[in-house]
Write a protein that binds this ligand. Structure first.
Ligand SMILES: NC(=O)c1ccc[n+]([C@@H]2O[C@H](COP(=O)([O-])OP(=O)(O)OC[C@H]3O[C@@H](n4cnc5c(N)ncnc54)[C@H](O)[C@@H]3O)[C@@H](O)[C@H]2O)c1
Length: 321
């Protein structure tokens, strides 16, 4: 099926990014929001995303673009600043905000659900949405930690429901993990892979349900392992990072990553991911049993209380200019 009309449900951090990216790539996009208050909160988010795209294009057209390249915005080998700026301008006109759910999803080809990461909120949303959706509509969830099979029965379209998981700042981190649940049809899976690629994401197929998808299944244990070495006073952040970067050639170690994603997110990872069933394989879970999660929370909470929130605040595990 050719996807033309895109609806994003929820205009939060990720919903507004997905909507802007799809509009930047030429789609007509409707963002469904549940209240006037959400409209007031979503408009400045879209304006700020637009500024980020403009800044990114400036950096990409500068003298040393390599480290600043945003693959969600353009390819390096056929970059046209003019085209990018035009797409950014047009994106604004292609996004419509709508409070009426029935109107929002009228004739939708795909609805990307990006409402709060809360089982009750998502269930209620699907129950309301199901009778309003056209038969053809594909429904995708952007949930980070909840599995689509938990909601499939509320969607009224088991074969057309799956997960499409984006990364924060999608214009830079342009992966889209496409994850099927047992009843998703292959044709729908393929349509969503094509759609994700068409909005300049690199679609990564996840053929069966896996909490944490591909990235977080690897990244979270890695980050927690680094943090555990530190809180148990085995070594200091800089040396742990060097062990990783010099030892493997990877560009960043766990503490450099924590500083970029922010210490508040790091704190949430430590708290939340221990509870996600199935994120860690039985072997990993066994290996992590002796990890000192309480001490990890304590160290990160102290940093948050002291305002050391990571790179964005000028200091996290490292100090920044
Ligand atoms: N923030 C991230 O880095 C990130 C990355 C990938 C995926 N996600 C996923 O995207 C989804 C949204 O996350 P976010 O970070 O944008 O959250 P957010 O809190 O910024 O936005 C949530 C949106 O959902 C709306 N909402 C809340 N409760 C609702 C309800 N009961 N009914 C309808 N709408 C409701 C809010 O008004 C808001 O527009 C979550 O499933 C999350 O796991 C987030």
């Amino acid at each position: 099926m050719e996807i033309k009309k895109v609806v994003v449900a929820g205009g939060g951090v990720l919903g507004s990014q997905i909507a802007f990216q799809a509009a930047y790539c030429g789609y007509d996009v409707t963002i469904w929001l549940r209240s006037e208050g959400s409209i007031t909160r979503t408009r400045p988010k879209l304006a700020s995303i637009r500024r980020s795209y403009l800044e990114a294009v400036e950096l990409m057209s500068g003298r040393d673009p390599l480290g600043n390249w945003c693959r969600g915005i353009a390819d390096m080998d056929n970059f046209s600043k003019y085209e990018c700026l035009e797409n950014i301008e047009l994106a604004g006109e292609k996004i419509r905000l709508e409070l009426d759910l029935a109107k929002a999803v009228e004739n939708a080809d795909i609805v990307i659900e990006s409402v709060a990461e809360d089982v009750a909120a998502k269930t209620e949303f699907y129950r309301t949405l199901a009778p309003l959706l056209p038969k053809k509509t594909i429904l995708a969830t952007n949930s980070s930690t909840l599995l689509p099979s938990a909601f499939e029965k509320f969607t009224g379209r088991s074969d057309k429901y799956l997960a499409l998981h984006f990364a924060n700042t999608i214009w830079k981190n342009n992966t889209a993990e496409v994850m099927a649940q047992p009843k998703t049809s292959q044709a729908v899976f393929d349509d969503v892979v094509r759609f994700a690629n068409s909005i300049r994401m690199v679609a990564l197929p996840v053929m069966k349900e896996k909490p944490g998808y591909l990235l977080n299944s690897m990244l979270v244990p890695f980050l927690l392992s680094g943090l555990d070495l530190y809180v148990n006073e085995v070594s200091d952040p800089e040396s742990i990072d060097k062990a990783w970067t010099l030892g493997t050639g990877a560009p960043r170690g766990p503490f450099q990553i924590f500083d970029i994603v922010g210490i508040t997110t790091a704190y949430n990872i430590v708290q939340q991911y221990q509870k996600v069933p199935g994120l860690f394989s039985p072997m990993l879970r066994k290996m992590m049993l002796p990890y000192n999660f309480k001490e990890m929370e304590k160290v990160l909470k102290k940093m948050i209380d002291e305002g050391r929130l990571g790179k964005s605040s000028g200091e996290g595990f490292y100090k920044y200019e």
